[in-house]
Design a protein around this ligand. Structure first.
Ligand code: 3PG
Length: 403
């Protein structure tokens, strides 16, 4: 993350916040915003943006935008580095749609192991038959073509054990599967959520070699783009079935097609169809519906809206992908939030200016993440516009807000 050439922003207390929405955001999420908010797809001079999979362009992040809420998990549709440079906090809603994705993975596993898709298509093709006995005889004769196998006793490899992956792993254990997992960056929270019956693998290759089914639960990062490629596919167990309900970019589609054609991969079950994949019998493809349930849409919208509000009103940061976690109970009616480059003597410069103006600090939180640092400073009196201006002019300050 690089921060350079910034014009620091300097803002006095807002009375009304404008939130611009993209995509359909569940009404219950929009209802979280109080009467001090104007929320609409047409909002002018937006303080915050709220979106799902809309591919956000830098020019849509207008000068007054302070935060972006992604009502979902993935933020690869948001130019996060650009936001960091501008001091814009990007939030996501981790876990809010995890159950929906987990349930679709359950369906994916079943669709991949039984002749459900082909069986339904076969029955749909019998529309012209009008003799019930003949139909019954035909079905009994043909059903051998749709035989599958059971999940119980098979091994599921879960790559990525975050909010979704850990739920998937635990669910598969309940379905009687053996579960192996790989996640070099597992968080302590995720590790706590994971059943101790999930066998941890030391490498991706080890997981691929052991699994009858592989499911991916990773964000798109430089390290995960095309993680499943011609080379890694060499490690899979012959006939293994690959599920991708994470992101298209994690899998090299051409390599998957080659592995299917070579009989190495048994099936590809995914939420991300691409040209060249349609109509194949060894692919079951869906239109990115992993999180498309009433419940998930509502959970995500509520979480994203609450996080945006807490940031706009109190400067608190929960579930940001580019700023540090920062939560401070309010102690006074006067709070400053200051974001700055993560370099030495920033806090000293800030508090010196406050002291110069006889402003007493009541409480203070200073956090950093990568190149960014963030401060919440509760003070005993309302700093004047001139003080805020002076703070914003400190070399390295990205933004100052009076909350
Ligand atoms: C996510 O990143 O949370 C899922 O891919 C869902 O995306 P959606 O909100 O566009 O359905």
């Amino acid at each position: 993350m690089k921060i350079y050439g910034l014009t620091p922003y300097c803002l006095e207390k807002s009375l009304v916040f404008n939130v611009k929405t993209f995509n359909n955001i569940a009404q219950i999420g929009l209802d979280q915003f109080g009467t001090d908010y104007s929320v609409s797809p047409e909002a002018d001079n937006a303080d915050a943006l709220l979106l799902r999979s809309h591919k956000l362009q830098p020019e849509e992040i207008t000068a007054n935008v302070k935060a972006i809420g992604r009502a979902g998990a993935g933020t690869n549709n948001v130019p996060v580095d650009y936001c960091s440079e501008q001091g814009v906090v990007v939030f996501n809603a981790p876990g809010a749609n995890a159950n929906a994705v987990k349930e679709l993975i359950m369906a994916g596993l079943l669709l991949g192991s039984r002749g459900i898709v082909s069986g339904i298509a076969y029955v749909d093709g019998l529309g012209s038959m009008d003799d019930a006995d003949a139909m019954n005889k035909l079905l009994e004769k043909e059903k051998k073509n749709f035989k599958g196998s059971e999940l119980q006793g098979k091994t599921l490899g879960v790559v990525g054990l975050g909010a979704i992956g850990s739920q998937v792993a635990n669910m598969a254990l309940m379905m009687g599967m053996q579960v192996v997992g790989y996640d070099p960056a597992i968080s302590i929270e995720a590790a706590w959520r994971l059943s101790s019956d999930v066998k941890k693998m030391d490498s991706l290759e080890a997981l691929l070699a052991k699994s009858d089914f592989i499911t991916l639960h990773l964000p798109v990062l430089d390290a995960t783009r095309n993680l499943i490629n011609a080379e890694t596919l060499k490690s899979i167990k012959k006939g293994c079935k690959l599920l991708n309900f994470a992101r298209s970019e994690i899998v090299d589609g051409d390599a998957v097609i080659d592995a299917l054609d070579a009989g190495l991969l048994g099936a590809y079950i995914a939420d991300f169809p691409k040209p060249g994949m349609i109509g194949r019998k060894d692919m079951i493809l869906m239109p990115h519906i992993g999180a498309s349930t009433d419940e998930a849409e509502e959970n995500c919208a509520v979480m994203a809206a609450n996080q945006l509000q807490d940031y706009l009103e109190n400067g608190n940061i929960i579930n940001s992908v580019n700023f540090p976690h920062a939560v401070l109970e309010r102690t006074t009616g006067y709070r400053l939030s200051v974001s700055n480059k993560n370099v030495t003597n920033m806090l000293g410069s800030i508090t010196s200016i406050l002291a110069e103006h006889n402003i007493n600090v009541i409480d203070l939180l200073n956090k950093s993440r990568g190149d960014i640092a963030y401060n919440l400073i509760d003070v005993d009196q309302s700093p004047s516009a001139a003080v805020i201006e002076q703070l914003s002019k400190i070399d390295g300050v990205i933004g100052v807000r009076l909350l």
